[in-house]
Design a protein around this ligand. Sequence first.
Ligand code: GRF
Length: 194
Amino acid sequence: MNKKKIAIFASGTGSNALQLIKHFKGNPNIQVALIVTNSSKAPVIKLAQENDVPFSVVNKSLLSNNSYMTSLLNLYDVDFIVLAGFLLLVPPFLVKIYNQKMINIHPALLPKHGGKGMFGMNVHQAVINSGDSESGITIHYVNEMYDKGKVIFQANVKVDKKDNAEKLSKKVQELEHKYLPEWSEKLIMQMRYI
Ligand code: GRF
């Protein structure tokens, strides 16, 4: 059976991208085939280079160009997309092509603390400000709206009284690094039999 190919879309540091790359290294069924980023300055590019993963910088206008994106993803035979800190809204044509084959990880318990502008430290600060006693991660399918697709998995973490946004982000990141690779693998393996 052919290997399933993942594209990771990431705009920033890429710590989740790195976990995915490590997780699938040597996997006979699944391969990280491409990293897509919207910023030529994103540290995730260095990470792609260090790990011999092809990458492509796609700005907002290219991202919304159907034939450009379709050709790019076909070139690398991309079966499944993981958004890991990708800041641009995914255009509807990609949502359609990758229906149930594109997931996002959000660093809070959706539907709380999601939507446009809710990324990075903004999310953790919002959790602290709201006085919530727990936060966590949400892995969900991607639809046309930020953070609104069907939830696949959530894991919780306690917010301590002495936590600030930074401390909370570290706890949440541990969950992300554990569960995003595991769930990506699980969903892709399920897909192989559909
Ligand atoms: C993560 O917190 C993820 O949940 C969110 O963006 C962040 C990306 O972090 N969508 P990194 O670039 O993988 O370190």
